[in-house]
Design a binder for this molecule. Structure first.
Ligand SMILES: *Cc1c(COP(=O)(O)O)cnc(C)c1O
Length: 391
């Protein structure tokens, strides 16, 4: 007789929160199946192709047999050097490419592995909410506990550090922050980072700043790096991604920079789990980091036009939203009488427009909907017209 194994899922998998986005995808597929022309503003994935010079460099690099072997764990010295050079040019921060720069297979990978390096069971990670779901999930996988830091509109979506109980702080080892913020599009200023640095130093907490959107900004106002603020390198690291800046989400390349001890810990985990990034992609990454300013400006202009169309359009039809200074998201309040999920379903079923429910990013996101600027201005304009008819 055939024996079939029946092993239960591990607790850490069983305990995962329900994946709301899977349900939304099902809803979308249903609508598409019915022939609805869905305008999808739910995905944080650029619709603009990777700049040509990067693709060209990749094509050449693929041919090099040196790149066909295992890459180095921490990233090619030339890639880490290019990161340090970019950081110096962009933020005027000096990094030691050997000890303060680590290549990542996309920043999600590094963020996901960070708790494994520093969290023992029972330790606490301070996690912003609404926020990128990887922060609490990575904490769960490491056996840690998330302490939610609500990001509220009245606080400009900055966490209230003073509200964190002392007893929690005793157990806290890591803190995630993310500006320009996904999903609220909020940015943080010097005063907030100063407060974070003092707080982290006083409570012995490593700060992990996710800066995936540092290069998607508007009206020429460049967001700060956390590491630009004095003392930052003593308390934390910053995660960067080539995904959003250079439209390279599919390539899987990013990096972490900052505190050498934190970088070393993360590197230890990676050395034992993965074998680095395909070196041809790292060469393309070097090319990307050297991209001429006008090329990036063009990309930002595209997003800025879309932002202006969506922001002005929503305002006109009576939907309240903040005007993003950075990131490619718009965070809008859902109208009275709707929950986030109700409103998303309403727009999909009656207007053929798909947004992301705010509560999908954590309970404090309830009452909001996120729209991504990852469709053309023309489509966004049409989306606004359609939404206006069903409000
Ligand atoms: C997109 C995104 C990332 C991850 O990007 P990678 O493609 O893994 O580099 C990290 N953080 C936030 C907040 C994001 O939105």
């Amino acid at each position: 007789m055939k024996k079939i194994v029946s092993v239960d899922l591990a607790r850490r998998v069983r305990d995962l929160p329900p994946y709301l986005f899977a349900a939304i995808d099902r809803m979308k597929q249903e609508a598409v199946g019915k022939g609805v022309d869905v305008i999808d503003l739910s995905i944080g994935d650029p619709d603009i192709p990777t700049p040509k010079h990067i693709v060209r460099r990749m094509k050449k690099a693929v041919e090099n047999p040196q790149h066909h072997r295992y890459p180095s764990y921490e990233g090619m010295p030339s890639f880490r050097q290019a990161v340090a050079g970019w950081y110096k040019r962009r933020f005027n921060v000096t990094l030691d490419p050997k000890t303060e720069v680590l290549s990542l297979i996309g920043s999600k990978e590094g963020i996901g592995h960070m708790p494994l390096a520093f969290i023992n069971p029972g330790d606490v990670v301070l996690v912003p909410s609404p926020g990128y779901p990887v922060y609490p999930v990575a904490t769960l996988f490491a056996g840690g506990e998330s302490h939610i830091m609500p990001l509220l509109e009245r606080n400009d979506y900055l966490p209230e550090l003073k509200a964190i109980p002392k007893i929690t702080l005793k157990k806290a080892k890591l803190m995630f922050i993310n500006y320009p913020n996904n999903p609220t599009s909020a940015v943080a200023g010097r005063a907030f980072y100063k407060e974070v640095i003092e707080f982290a130093a006083n409570n012995n907490i490593i700060v992990c700043h996710d800066a995936a959107y540092s290069e998607i900004f508007y009206d020429g106002k460049k967001p700060l790096s956390f590491l630009q603020i004095p003392g930052a390198k003593d308390v934390g690291i910053e995660f960067h991604s080539l995904s959003k800046t250079y439209n390279m989400t599919g390539w899987r390349i990013g990096f972490a920079v900052g505190n050498a001890k934190a970088i070393f810990g993360l590197g230890k985990i990676k050395t034992n789990l993965d074998s680095g990034i395909f070196q041809a992609i790292q060469e393309a990454g070097i090319e990307a980091l050297g991209t001429e300013e006008p090329v990036l400006e063009k990309i930002r202009d595209i997003y800025q036009e879309r932002r202006d169309v969506l922001y002005a359009g929503l305002k006109k039809i009576g939907l309240e939203a903040g005007k993003p200074a950075a990131s490619f998201y718009l965070w809008a309040r859902v109208p009275k009488g709707f929950t986030s999920s109700d409103f998303v379903a309403h727009l999909l079923n009656n207007a053929g427009v798909l947004g992301t429910p705010g509560n999908g990013f954590g309970a404090p996101g309830e009452g909001y909907i996120r729209f991504a600027l990852t469709a053309s201005a023309k489509r966004i304009k049409e989306a606004v017209e359609r939404i206006g008819k069903v409000l």
